[in-house]
Design a protein around this ligand. Structure first.
Ligand code: GLY
Length: 361
C-alpha cells in the first residue's frame, strides 16, 4: 500500500494506492464513516466496480447517474442533491464518489453545498481522475457559458485508488489520462518525464508496476502543489494548468465532445505550449521536439493537425478570450524554459499567440 498525505491542516487527508483496493475499501471507509450512513454515487459505466464496492461495505445505499460530461449540469446537480436528501443524508454521513472526473466533480460540488457541507470520499476509476481530479478539492459543474464555471473547493476525507480498475478502461480514455501524468514531468520534474519516455508505452499496455509507480508519483506531485497553494492564489497550483490554455481553445473548437477529449486536448496543448516557448526563444527546440515525439509515440495528439483542428487562429484566440482564467484583459500562460521548467507568464500578448497559431497551421 502506498499512502500519500495531502497536507492541508484541518483538511488533511490520505490518498491510498493499491491494486485490488476496491474490494478492500470497507477497511478504510467503514472506520471513517464511524457507524454513520454511507451512500455511493456512481455512473452507469461503472456498475461492475459499484458491485465490488457495495460488497466491500457489506451493502449500502447507492445513487446511479447517467455517464458523460453532460452530467456536470445544474439539472444533474439538482437531481443528485434531491436524491441524497431523499436518502436522508446528514452532514456527518459519508458520500462516496465512484467514477471518473465527471462524477468526482459533481459529487464533490453537491457535498460542498448539501446542508452547507457534508463529508465525502473519492474512489476514482479513470487514470485522469486518479492522477488529477480526485485529489485537491476542485469541484464544479458546467454552464451554458462554459466548463467548470460554477463550483467550490471541497476536499475529500480520503481518496482510494485501485490501479487495477484501469484494466477495463477504454484505451483512448487511458491514453488521455496519461497526458496528465506526463504533465507532471513537464512542470518541474525532468527525471519523471524521462521515466515516462522509457515506461509510458508499458504503462499503457498494462504493466501494473509502471501504473502504480506513475500514479503514486503523480499524486505525490499533486499533493505537494495543492498543499503549497490550495486555493490557486499563489501562482503555484496554476502550474497544473500547463497545456490547458491552448487545450481549452482546441476543446472549445472541437465542441467539448468525443472528437477531442480533455486529456487529448491537454497533450496537444502541452506540445503547443512548448512549441510556443521554443518559438519565443525561451526553451530549446530539442525540448519541444521531445515533448511532441513522446505524445506522438503513445498515440496522443502533438499539435493542431493531430488534434484534428483546422480552424483559423482568430477563432482559437476568440475561444481563449472566453477562458475563465482571463483576468483584466490578460490571459496567464504556462510556458517553459525547458522540460521540467514550466513557469507562469502573465505578460503574453495574444496577438503574438495568434501569429504563432497561424504559422502552426
Ligand atoms: N486540475 C488542476 C487542479 O487541480 O488544480
Amino acid at each position: 500500500m502506498t499512502t500519500i498525505t495531502v497536507d492541508l491542516g484541518a483538511r488533511t487527508y490520505p490518498v491510498l494506492i493499491e491494486a485490488g483496493l476496491l474490494g478492500r475499501a470497507g477497511d478504510h471507509l467503514a472506520p471513517l464513516a464511524k457507524g454513520r450512513r454511507i451512500v455511493i454515487v456512481a455512473d452507469e459505466n461503472v456498475t461492475g466496480h459499484l458491485a465490488i464496492l457495495v460488497e466491500a461495505l457489506n451493502g449500502c445505499e447507492t445513487v446511479i447517474l447517467p455517464p458523460g460530461e453532460s452530467s456536470k449540469s445544474w439539472a444533474m446537480l439538482e437531481r443528485l442533491c434531491d436524491a441524497l436528501l431523499a436518502h436522508g443524508v446528514e452532514r456527518g454521513d459519508l458520500v462516496v464518489a465512484l467514477g471518473g472526473g465527471v462524477i468526482g466533480d459533481l459529487v464533490g460540488f453537491a457535498c460542498a453545498i448539501l446542508k452547507r457541507g457534508c463529508r465525502f470520499a473519492q474512489v476514482p476509476t479513470t487514470l485522469l481522475a486518479q492522477v488529477d481530479s480526485s485529489v485537491g478539492g476542485k469541484t464544479a459543474i458546467n454552464t451554458a457559458a462554459g466548463k467548470n464555471l460554477v463550483g467550490a473547493f471541497k476536499q475529500p476525507e480520503i481518496v482510494l485508488i485501485d490501479p487495477q480498475v484501469l484494466d477495463t478502461l477504454p484505451p483512448r480514455e487511458l491514453a488521455a489520462g496519461y497526458a496528465e501524468v506526463v504533465k507532471y514531468g513537464l512542470i518541474d520534474d525532468a527525471a519523471f518525464f524521462a521515466w515516462c519516455e522509457a515506461n509510458g508505452a508499458a504503462l499503457l499496455a498494462g504493466d501494473a508496476e509502471a501504473r502504480r509507480y506513475a500514479i503514486a508519483h503523480a499524486v505525490s506531485a499533486k499533493a505537494r502543489i495543492v498543499a503549497a497553494d490550495e486555493y490557486e492564489t499563489r501562482g503555484i497550483r496554476a502550474l497544473l494548468n500547463l497545456g490547458h490554455t491552448f487545450g481549452h481553445a482546441l476543446e472549445a473548437e472541437a465542441g467539448f465532445g468525443h472528437a477531442l477529449i480533455h486529456g487529448e486536448a491537454v497533450a496537444a496543448g502541452c506540445a503547443l505550449a512548448f512549441d510556443y516557448s521554443a518559438a519565443k526563444g525561451l526553451c530549446a527546440a530539442e525540448d519541444a521536439a521531445r515533448v511532441a515525439a513522446h505524445f506522438r509515440s503513445v498515440g496522443l495528439p502533438d499539435g493542431l493537425a493531430a488534434a484534428g483542428i483546422d480552424a483559423p487562429a482568430t477563432r482559437l484566440i476568440a475561444h481563449m478570450r472566453h477562458d475563465k482564467k482571463m483576468a483584466a484583459g490578460t490571459l496567464p500562460f504556462l510556458l517553459a524554459h525547458g522540460i521540467g521548467r514550466t513557469y507562469l507568464d502573465n505578460s503574453v500578448d495574444l496577438a503574438e499567440v495568434e501569429a504563432f497559431l497561424a504559422a502552426a497551421r
